[in-house]
Design a protein around this ligand. Sequence first.
Ligand code: ACO
Length: 323
Amino acid sequence: VVRSVVTGVGAYLPPQIVTNEDLSKIVDTSDEWIVERTGIRQRHKAADDQAVSDLAVEAARQALERAGKSPADVDLIIVATTTPDLTFPATAAIVQRKLGAGVGIAFDVQAVCSGFVYALSVADGFIARGNAKCALVIGAEAMTRLMDWTDRGTCVLFGDGAGAVVLEPGEGQGTTADRGMLGFALRADGTKQDLLYVDGGPSTTGTVGKLRMLGNQVFKHAVINISEAIHAAAEKAGVTVPEVDWFIPHQANQRILQGVANRCGIDEDKVISTVALHANTSAASIPLAFAHGVADGRIKPGDLLLLEAMGGGLTWGACVLRL
Ligand code: ACO
């Protein structure tokens, strides 16, 4: 089996920063409450004229540059998003056009906050079967567009941004020391829809809708579900949790990150955390944190990485890879 290898990572955050202090002028909240309950200090917000495809293109360009690739090399684009530009076409097709990538495969994956892990596994499958040679996997979101700005329980938690990776075929000779995707564990439980969803859509209300969440119940499921997926992905990869060099979690809440680390016996120094700076950017948060850890020199080629997420659906999952 040909393994897919991450050869470049990129990120983009829109310039406007919204602090907790800014939000305390809109809803009855405080910097103290938000920091204590979530670890979030600020989030980025896309400008009114910035579509998700614009954020995605910026992150994709950076990932391609770092991989030494040009848009013309790209033959597969998958965008994980819950806030597409339009109901159709897929944001991936819009990204293809804006990037100037030639005709190839392009589609979106919708698994909310788990979307990036799901999309990675899909791209890995295309490469493993020889159906793609240079894939862009992008997580891009404008979550602020889905907020009910009168609901302090949700509007303080989310932000906008995009992250991208380039995936290419590696040698893949079958040992766990090889570079590339080593194991995935993906899950969904549709019976838990009411805990976290958007109350609109084209075939029901005909509106975009607003995000609704029972936060404390989501929290409980998150720690248990993510911990199980981490162990399952590690087992599939043939590695143990302590062997992992860096954990790159979906960034929802610092307390969830700590809860998972405690439950799985993960050293907290090995957890890349950007939740204070970016808040929850749904499918974009893992590649944003990945790019952050690479940029500050912590994550290096050859490192064993574990990515994990949980989100609406509920969906959740984890992925082990060697960079
Ligand atoms: N500022 C001040 N007070 C607030 C705020 C706020 N922004 N939001 C809620 N409160 C109040 C509530 O109204 C409630 O007040 P009451 O007791 O008078 O009714 C009180 O704080 C406690 O509310 P809880 O919801 O029980 O607070 P909790 O400690 O559970 O924290 C939070 C809420 C931060 C949402 C937490 O449950 C959480 O992070 N859950 C995970 C949700 C999440 O991250 N979802 C993202 C998508 S899923 C994922 O990515 C994993």
